[in-house]
Design a protein around this ligand. Structure first.
Ligand code: IMP
Length: 432
């Protein structure tokens, strides 16, 4: 039975939420195993909008087991707030399970994230300021606190005391900022732990049992390939592994178990945060795409930077993650902009004049590349586009666009999105 990873093949915000939600309908288990509250998935279902940050999107289907794996960094007050909001929208949370191995984001991580960004000034990363980097730093420095520790007062208090002392030294001495008292963190966090206790489970066993039992298991990626700590545009990246391999590490599942990897590629490119962006657009073209595509951050509300589709980048993501299928949302958005010509980057001209499809490792080289574009005429937007449910109902121009994606990446486009609602999708090949 299929074990499917859905991941972003660009800089995040590709519209993964829609496809995870669609595929979750056929999954018995949905797993979120990387990143933290920096992620934001917007899902439209039944005319209602749901904003998800830490809870897997599968939660919108009653009966689907939703797992937060140990690779996630959990922000307890934000998670509980999200759970309360979902419950008030009528969503049943009884199928949520959380790994005790997930590391905790504390208020000092958030303050340190902000302090570090402010200190960097022009060189800032443009983080979501959610404390993600500092929390993963503690994890890798082997001083982090995990949910399982927080559930045990005697384990928790000495660990927290040591961590607070260390962070206060940095906050006060390096940044001249106020520190925290152990008490102001310990009591509320012990309460959060009690509220989360009923959801804590051995998720490694749960997920592997589900796979062994032949259930459909879906891994819901967060962020995107180019934000990967190893394979992204370092240092303008997040602190985790949004690539396909990250999903299985963060859940405790072996690579031999994965049957399909779906890479989500928005029909154009967007990014929040700083760093080079070869196909970036400014002015009217960017404005039209941003407004039609509602390109404002789900987590931070920031306007996203906009650019043409960059297939050099997508090809790179396909290689690193072994993507077997592409899912392409926002074809309708491009059409609705009314821009007469659409450009797609199919190669990079390097500073020595050579043209390549290889994604450069160094940021300096990336900031100097000149995109080589293929120009395609926009297809006329019509009601049929958003009501199309079969590939051959799409305008020829849109199909040409899809063929170009397949030609450059060598990967088939199996699902297309033609609107924000669950039903507005075209399947060319079944995933589950
Ligand atoms: P951090 O993950 O908050 O440390 O931010 C590091 C970089 O990743 C910044 O450029 C963020 O804007 C970006 N980022 C983090 N999470 C997301 C996401 O879910 N979508 C898009 N960009 C993200």
């Amino acid at each position: 039975m299929p074990v499917v990873v859905v991941m972003g093949a660009q800089w995040g915000d590709e519209g993964k939420g829609k496809f995870v939600d669609l595929l979750a309908e056929r999954a018995q288990v949905v797993v979120r195993s990387t990143g933290g509250s920096n992620a934001g998935h917007t899902v439209w279902a039944g005319g209602r909008q749901y904003k998800l940050h830490q809870v897997p999107s599968g939660i919108l289907y009653p009966g689907t087991l939703c797992v937060i794996g140990h690779g996630v960094v959990l922000d307890p007050p934000k998670l509980l707030e999200e759970m309360d909001r979902l419950a008030s929208q009528g969503v049943d949370l009884s199928n949520l399970r959380i790994s005790g191995g997930a590391h905790i984001v504390f208020p000092f991580h958030i303050r340190l994230d902000e302090a570090e960004e402010d200190r960097k000034g022009d060189r800032k990363i443009g983080t979501t300021r959610r404390g993600i980097g500092p929390a993963y730093m503690d994890k890798f420095a082997r001083v982090g606190i995990r949910l399982v520790d927080m559930l045990d007062r005697d384990e928790f208090l000495p660990k927290l005391t040591a961590l607070v002392e260390e962070k206060n030294r940095i906050l006060e001495k390096v940044y001249g900022l106020p520190g925290f008292t152990v008490e102001e963190i310990a009591e509320p966090y012990l309460e959060y732990a009690e509220r989360l206790r009923p959801y804590v489970a051995n998720t490694v066993e749960l997920v592997n049992d589900a796979i062994d039992a032949g259930k459909n298991v879906l891994f819901e990626g967060a962020q995107g390939h180019l934000l990967d700590i190893d394979f992204g545009t370092y240092p303008y990246v997040t602190a985790s592994h949004p690539i396909a391999a990250g999903a299985i590490i963060g859940a405790g599942v072996g690579p031999t178990k994965v049957s399909r990897v779906v890479g989500v590629v928005k029909a154009y490119t967007s990014r929040v945060g700083e760093g080079p962006f070869p196909t970036e657009l400014h002015g009217e073209e960017a404005h039209r795409i941003r407004e039609e595509g509602h390109e404002y951050g789900t987590t931070t509300g920031r306007p996203r930077r906009i650019g043409w589709l960059d297939l050099v980048m997508v090809r790179y993501a396909c290689r690193v993650s072994g993507i077997t299928d592409l899912a392409v949302p926002h074809l309708d958005t491009l059409a609705k902009t009314g821009l007469p010509t659409l450009k797609v980057c199919v190669g990079y001209r390097m500073s020595d004049g050579t043209v390549t499809r290889e994604f450069p490792v160094g940021l300096k080289a990336l900031s100097q590349v000149e995109p080589v574009y293929e120009e395609l005429p926009n297809w006329e937007w019509s009601a049929e586009m958003s009501t199309a449910r079969q590939y051959d109902e799409l305008p020829e121009g849109a199909r040409r666009y899809v063929r170009l994606i397949e030609d450059v990446t060598g990967v088939r486009v199996s699902i297309l999105g033609v609107g924000s609602e669950r039903t507005q999708a075209i399947y060319r090949s079944a995933i589950f």
